[in-house]
Write a protein that binds this ligand. Structure first.
Ligand SMILES: Nc1ncnc2c1ncn2[C@@H]1O[C@H](COP(=O)(O)OP(=O)(O)OP(=O)(O)O)[C@@H](O)[C@H]1O
Length: 375
């Protein structure tokens, strides 16, 4: 195992709502190694953005009753706002989902990039430090040159013109490239990419994803990639964490996850990947549970075709189901995949073997090697 850059351990994130406490993130664990691209995959509303905003410290309305987030070994939850702010941008950077709302419409691209270069890594409201730093962080002309160079690196063909443009004057693909340029300006060690191609058409999305892949590979940047699409995760990531209703239900290296998908939810997501022949996937029937009143056992229980009574009552603690594969489902047995956290500790429950592992069993769908299902 390589050196971890980010470790999330037993993270719980709650929100107070009119209907009570929403227990959105329920004890997740995952690690990203240096230079690795990890994906967090799950359908809309399953808690991907809440997870990454917790890592970035961008959720002032949330409480974190338990858990740790370690960046380069440092416990970021114990840092002050100023200390976290100083790591954002410089150490960790984020590309948001929607390029139109992530860019400020009243500032030119150049003004927004210059702001990043001027403010990167500086704690807010520290005037004395600002004055000291002003002497050592490079001139306006140098910042301009660096920003235009970065626009060239994201393959914008007229970088000087785009530097002077307002976001509304650019196409969706150009705006997304600008966001990538801004996120990489400070050469962060960890980049969080929250569905960076979602707002684009399929061809432009593919180009933007390829470009991002190249840029992070050149820089050896670690990436946490957020997507609802397992097909996209397979293209971009070394390791996949499958998330359902605020829990990580399966994690494995990408090739292993596709060769041997285990959790019924993962298999459902695989069946949802559009196939070449039909152009559509089957989707998974049903809805996410209410976060203010989640099931005490498995959160997927109401949608699972293999649910047994025990699944309603017993929390499926993640088990080591392969040398580097973990699954949180009572159909899979194995040693605990992680340290047993008091609040979630559970004894194994025997509900038998996954039907698709039994010869002639009732498989939920034949997952073909290319990730789609044979129709
Ligand atoms: N500030 C908040 N207050 C209350 N609930 C919130 C808040 N932010 C997010 N949530 C809830 O947390 C749940 C998970 O949301 P989240 O945005 O993380 O999902 P997601 O997996 O990123 O979905 P998408 O792919 O649509 O962005 C949702 O039910 C959402 O309503």
């Amino acid at each position: 195992m390589g050196e971890p850059i980010l470790e999330v351990k037993n993270l719980h994130v709650h929100f107070e709502t009119h209907d009570g406490t929403a227990e959105v993130i329920n004890g997740i664990d995952f690690t990203i190694e240096r230079g690795e691209t990890a994906a967090l995959v799950g359908e809309t509303g399953c808690g991907k953005s809440v997870t990454v905003k917790s890592i970035m410290g961008l959720l002032p309305s949330a409480t974190i009753p338990e858990g740790e987030i370690r960046y380069k070994g440092e416990d970021v939850l114990s840092l002050s706002d100023a200390e976290r702010h100083s790591r954002r941008g410089k150490e960790m950077s984020m590309i948001m989902q929607d390029p139109m709302t992530s860019l400020n419409p009243v500032l030119t691209v150049g003004e927004q990039m210059m702001d990043v270069l001027k403010w990167q890594g500086r704690p807010r409201l520290s005037l004395s430090k600002l004055v000291r730093d002003a002497l050592s962080t490079g001139s306006k002309a140098e910042h301009r040159e660096r920003a235009i160079e970065m626009l060239g690196e994201v393959e914008i063909s007229a970088p000087e013109r785009v530097f002077e443009s307002y976001p509304v004057e650019l196409s969706g693909g150009m705006r997304q490239r600008v966001l990538i340029a801004i996120a990489l300006l400070s050469e962060p060690d960890l980049l969080i990419a929250d569905e960076p191609g979602t707002a684009l058409d399929v061809t432009t999305e593919a180009k933007v994803l390829d470009l991002l892949d190249e840029l992070v590979e050149e820089r050896d940047t670690s990436v946490l990639y957020i997507t609802h699409d397992l097909g996209v995760a397979r293209e971009v990531s070394d390791r996949i964490n499958v998330m359902y209703a605020g829990e990580i239900v399966e994690q494995a290296p990408t090739a292993d996850l596709f060769a041997n998908p285990q959790h019924p939810y993962t298999r459902g997501l695989l069946e949802s990947i559009p196939t070449l022949s039909t152009g559509i996937g089957d989707g998974i029937e049903g809805h996410l549970p209410d976060y203010t009143d989640p099931p005490v056992g498995c959160r997927f229980v109401e949608r699972c075709p293999h649910a047994e009574p025990a699944c309603y009552d017993a929390y499926p603690y993640p088990r080591q189901t392969g040398s580097d594969h973990a699954t949180a489902c009572h159909l899979f047995d194995g040693p605990p995949a992680r340290e047993r956290h008091e609040s979630l500790a559970a004894d194994p429950v025997d509900i038998g073997t996954a039907p698709w592992l039994v010869a002639g069993g009732d498989a939920p769908g034949d997952v073909s090697a290319d990730g789609g299902t044979d129709q």
